[in-house]
Ligand binder design. Structure first.
Ligand code: TPP
Ligand code: MG
Length: 348
């Protein structure tokens, strides 16, 4: 029994319209989910071809949670997405070819070949690249929220963290400060039930991570992370509440990590039945079915979206492969921000 509120699934098209999405938006959400998965599937191929230095991380099963939250963010809001949140980069407008370039350490990746695989973000799109996700980015996101408060800007910071990372002290510090100062902050927990090989009952003793929110003085919500529309609705409410001065919210998106921690891990320790059960709640398939039932998505529309995603990804791969590796003589460039780098709406 959760202490936090357990969110209901989203039902009708009318309900979704009331939450702020029209039919075109919904097809865009579907496209963004397909794009996220497509990028990671092609990433696996690049890895097997030996083109990705280091390991490779994916968020399979988390597409709905990532896209749902990012769709609810405002243009001037800021976020710190993690290695399971490809959908956030896509929704914010990072071009897929730049993500492939990042995977391969090329100069056209968002970190210009300075960092590996998913340690990336484009600050011009309101995203801050992760340092580590355990959970080094929560204090950074809360710092952004504090800055918005001091500058009296109507902006919100969204900080992601894993359920395993919630055991670390930085989570506690970030939530304490956000709670006592009622900062415009939304905490999003990607609860994929595993922290590497550690299951949730060895990570926290409450039923849910979101149950802790009440103790920090704000609302906790548990939502099915495979239901993109329920995630969107809850994120939208939380973000607008934070913008209106109502303080933080902790949203826990429950999913299952559908692959190993990274490609080097075959997840032998996850019971097979768990994978089988959660495969039935695949977020993309769920939303596709919802669109067909509730928004009359036709075969033609579905094919058009799938075709467009496929073409975008094929072109993106080609373009990324043409991007060179960084010149070693430029190693120290970009380590410190220039005044021009800081001249964005997000730094003012
Ligand atoms: C200080 C530190 N310890 C260990 C790691 C290695 N590590 C990276 S992610 C991870 C598991 C995190 O689990 P969780 O927070 O549930 O996120 P998930 O990977 O499941 O999304 C570990 C042990 C690290 N990056 N930093
Ligand atoms: Mg986890």
């Amino acid at each position: 029994m959760a202490i936090a509120r357990e969110a209901e699934p989203v039902g009708s098209l009318k309900e979704v319209r009331e939450a702020g999405l029209d039919r075109e938006d919904l097809l865009g959400v579907y496209r963004n989910m397909l794009m996220s998965r497509g990028i990671e599937e092609r990433g696996h191929i690049l890895y097997r071809q030996g083109k990705i230095p280091g390991s490779f991380y994916t968020g399979r099963g988390n597409e709905g949670a990532a896209v749902g939250v990012a769709t609810a963010m405002g243009t001037d809001d800021v976020g710190t997405p993690l290695h399971r949140d490809m959908g956030v980069h896509i929704v914010r407008g990072v071009e897929p070819w730049r993500i492939f370039a990042q995977f391969m350490g090329r100069v056209d990746g968002p970190t210009k070949g300075r960092d590996g695989n998913v340690h990336m973000a484009d600050s011009k799109l309101g995203l801050i690249a992760m340092v580590s996700h355990l959970p080094a980015m929560l204090p950074v996101a809360v710092g952004c929220a504090l800055a918005f408060r001091i500058r009296e800007e109507k902006r919100v910071a969204v900080g992601w963290f894993g359920e395993g990372a919630s055991a670390r002290g930085d989570t506690h510090e970030a939530m304490t400060l956000a709670g006592v100062r009622k900062l415009p902050m939304v905490f999003v927990c990607d609860n994929n039930q595993w922290a590497y090989s550690t299951p949730t009952h060895l990570e926290f003793a409450t039923d849910h991570v979101a149950d802790r929110a009440e103790a920090y003085g704000f609302e906790g919500i548990v939502v099915d992370g495979t239901d993109v529309l329920a995630v969107y609705r809850e994120a939208k409410r939380a973000i607008e509440k934070a913008r209106a001065g109502g303080g933080p919210t902790l949203i826990e998106c429950v999913t299952l990590r559908m692959e190993g921690h990274a490609v080097h891990d075959d997840a032998f320790y996850v019971p097979k039945e768990l994978f089988e059960k959660w495969a039935e709640a695949d977020p993309i398939e769920r939303f596709r079915t919802w669109l067909r039932t509730n928004a009359d998505m036709s075969d033609e529309e579905e094919d058009e979206i799938a075709g467009e995603v496929k073409k975008t990804l094929n072109d993106a791969l080609k373009r990324a492969e043409e991007s060179p590796l960084p010149d070693p003589s430029t190693l120290t460039e970009g380590v410190y921000a220039t005044p021009e780098d800081l001249d964005t709406p997000h730094h003012k």
